[in-house]
Ligand binder design. Sequence first.
Ligand code: NAP
Length: 284
Amino acid sequence: MNTRPSVKFFAVIGNPVEHSRSPAIHTQFGLETGIPLDYQKIACQPEAFTSTVEAFFSDGGSGLNVTVPFKEDAWQMAHAHLSPRARVAGAVNTLWMQEGQLHGCNTDGEGLLLDLRRLGHDPEDKNILLVGAGGAAKGVVFPLLEAGCRLLHIVNRTPEKAHQLADHARQHLPQAAQRLDSGSLDGAAGQWDIVINATSSSLQQSAPSLPGVAYAANALAYDMVYAATPTPFLQQAKASGAAHCADGLGMLVAQAAASFAIWNSISPSIEPVLKLIREQLHQS
Ligand code: NAP
C-alpha cells in the first residue's frame, strides 16, 4: 500500500510574475514541514484571470497566491468568503477552496507584523509613520492599528489617497479613529519610532521626500521593497539618524508563511528560509 502523502499543487498568479520568489520560499517550507508540494508561477492576461483561477482549482490546485495587478480581482472573486483583514483591505493575496467555495485572505499585514516583531519592534505603543497609500499600505493599516500602535500617521505623494485610506480605516475601526491621522509627505515632520516606506519609490531608485522626519532613539526604518544593497529610502533613513534599518524581504517570507499556514494548517519557520532567500538575492 502506498502511504506517501500526495503532492499538493500551489502557484502564484500575476503579471509580471517571472521575478517572484514565492516558488523558492514555499518549496523550502514544504521541505521543512514534510509536505510534498509543487509550486509554479502563472503569468496571466487580465481578461483570463477569472477563468485561470477557476481552472487551477478545478484541476486540483490547493492554493493560489495573487500578486500585482490581480489582488483586487481576487478580492471580487472571493467576496462571499473573505477573512476580516481581506475584507477591510479590499485586496486578496491568498486563495483556497473550502467546501466547494473560494475563500480569500490578505496576509501582507500579518507578514509585516511578524517581521516587525522578529526584528524586535513590536508596533504596540509606537508612533508610526506609514508612507504610501497604495495596495501595500491598505493591507497593513488595520493590522498596525489592531496591534495597538499609539499613533498611525499615513502620508502619501497624492495626499487625497492618504485621507481616503484613513477615512476607510475610521469607518471599519471607529475605536481606533483617535490614533489615526493622514496628510501629505510635507506633513510628516515629527519624531517617529517606526517609519514604514510602503511606496514603490525604491524601485525607481529614489526615496520619498520627507522633510522634518526624525527618528526617535532606537527607531526602525522599514522599506517594503527589498534589494541586495540598502535601498534609497534606507540610505536616507540612516543619514537621518535611524538606529535600525530593514528591508521587506522578511515581510515577503512572513506573508508567505502565513499563506502556507492557511493552506496546510502548519506554521513554518521564517528565519532559515529568510537566510536562504537573502543569500540567493545577493547571488542574483
Ligand atoms: P501601488 O499600489 O502601485 O502604490 C504605489 C505607492 O507608491 C503609492 O502610494 C504612490 O504614491 C507611491 N509612490 C510611487 N512612486 C513614488 C515616489 N517616487 N515618491 C513617493 N511616492 C511614490 O503599489 P503597492 O502594491 O502599494 O506596492 C508598493 C511597494 O511595496 C512595491 O514596491 C511592492 O513591491 C512593495 N511590497 C512589498 C511587499 C513585501 O512582502 N515585502 C508586499 C507588498 C508590496 P501616489 O499615490 O502618489 O502615486
